[in-house]
Design a protein around this ligand. Structure first.
Ligand code: ADP
Ligand code: MG
Length: 398
């Protein structure tokens, strides 16, 4: 188990002012919350604290106001969205520090929930200025961090404040940290990783970290082309970063040294144009013509990869295997996602996935709900895959 305190350790919170860092950076449309996924994610923590009689003070950023007040990025705009999900009214407090914050908090009663104004209206937030963190800490008695998606940033409301008040992980943060620990921290072996997506260049650090941690590294998507090119395959017109062939070779060497097996596709689906439902061919990787592009992993490779997953106990997945937004190049991603989902349902696989397009691909395959855990954290998930320390998480460590 990772080493951090949770709401189980927080003790009696009756009448205590609990500052809860949440992710309220929600998409808006026509002045209303367009997608309340992030608000819903924070509900277990908010409800639990409110039910126990805490004064719940929600801290969050909204957009990129760059340290200045901007009415279009006021968190007052999301109050109705939070109240809708919570099922009762939510107060708005027009500042997160100073007298403006304290006066608003002073009128609250145990069980009340309030949203404090955008932390990024103060330049000290993103600078992690000690004076700003001191001022934040003065507003509450306890701190709960429930925003894993912001934990890769050492900001006042994610890191600074955690050193100034007793600090706990909220329920969503706890679930995320436990899932990530089960996937890469202390996983049950054998462990497989699927890394796909467009480019090697965006995931070099992910690949470097994974070869030292997993038993099987499955490389798909556009980035597989660079690895195929490094192995001497002519990938035709495919997306390929020829300048990264040396990097790919270094990753092959590191995998060899660590005992990690790298799996590349040996059959692929190719087309002459990148458009919906063009004429395609399924060929061995050595048969790609000069005017063709690799747009998906082939069926024989998918079958072999399914066998790899059947022999693994843990899977971590980031990046689609093909250009899944354009039919029929979603085929391999959907098929392997369904295999992973079935193995998870049967109880033989712990499956953790993350990444913007990966979540979209799993939803498209209809299996996101069958994975053990799907992270919507974006940047924080990728930095965790890269093995980087997450300041917001480290600050919670006991
Ligand atoms: P995530 O957001 O989950 O981290 P990425 O952004 O790295 O994933 O990669 C997703 C993109 O990779 C998708 O837009 C997909 O179309 C593209 N992609 C996957 N395979 C290929 C391919 N063979 N050729 C071109 N693009 C590809
Ligand atoms: Mg993406």
């Amino acid at each position: 188990m990772p080493n951090f305190k949770t709401l189980d350790d927080i003790g009696d919170v009756t009448g205590k002012k609990v500052l809860v860092r949440v992710d309220l950076n929600v998409p808006m449309a026509g002045g209303a919350v367009a997608d309340d996924t992030r608000i819903r994610a924070a509900m277990p923590t908010i409800r639990e604290l409110s039910d126990k009689g805490a004064i719940v003070l929600l801290l969050a950023h909204f957009g990129r106001p760059k340290g200045a007040k901007n009415p279009t990025q006021s968190l007052s705009l999301v109050i109705d969205g939070v109240a809708d999900v919570l099922g009762h009214s939510v107060m708005f407090i027009p500042d997160c520090i100073g007298e403006g914050a304290k006066a608003g908090v002073a009128v609250l009663a145990p069980g009340d929930v309030a949203v404090l104004e955008n932390t990024r209206f103060h330049a000290g937030e993103e600078k992690n200025d000690p004076a700003f963190a001191d001022a934040l800490a003065e507003v509450g008695d306890l701190y709960v961090d429930d925003a894993f998606s912001a934990a890769h940033r050492a900001h006042g409301s994610t890191e600074g404040i955690a050193h100034r008040l007793p600090a706990y992980a909220g329920r969503a943060m706890e679930a995320e940290l436990n899932a990530l620990d089960a996937a890469l921290g202390n996983p049950v072996h054998p462990v497989a990783a699927v890394v796909g997506g467009a480019k090697v260049s965006s995931k070099i650090d992910v690949l470097r970290n994974l070869v030292g941690r997993v038993d099987h590294l499955i490389i798909g998507g556009g980035m597989a082309n660079t690895f195929l090119a490094a192995r001497g395959v002519d990938v035709g017109k495919s997306l390929c970063e020829h300048d990264l062939v040396d990097t790919a070779n270094a990753i092959f060497d590191a995998a060899d040294a660590a005992g990690c097996t790298i799996h590349l596709p040996y059959d692929v689906v190719v087309a002459k144009e990148f458009a919906p439902n063009p004429p395609t061919r399924t060929v061995n990787v050595h048969e790609v013509a000069a005017d063709e592009m690799i747009l998906d992993v082939g069926p024989a490779a998918v079958e072999a990869l399914a066998d790899v997953l059947k022999n693994c106990r843990t899977l971590v997945w980031n990046g689609p295997l093909g250009a899944f937004e354009t039919p029929p190049f979603d085929t391999a991603t959907v098929a392997l996602a369904k295999t992973a989902a079935a193995l998870t349902r049967e109880g033989s696989l712990i499956s953790v996935a993350g990444g913007g397009d990966t979540v979209a691909a799993l939803n498209h395959a209809g299996v996101a709900g069958d994975f053990t855990f799907v992270s919507t954290a974006g940047g924080a998930f990728l930095e965790w895959m890269e093995g980087k320390p997450l300041p917001g998480v480290d600050a919670l460590k006991a």
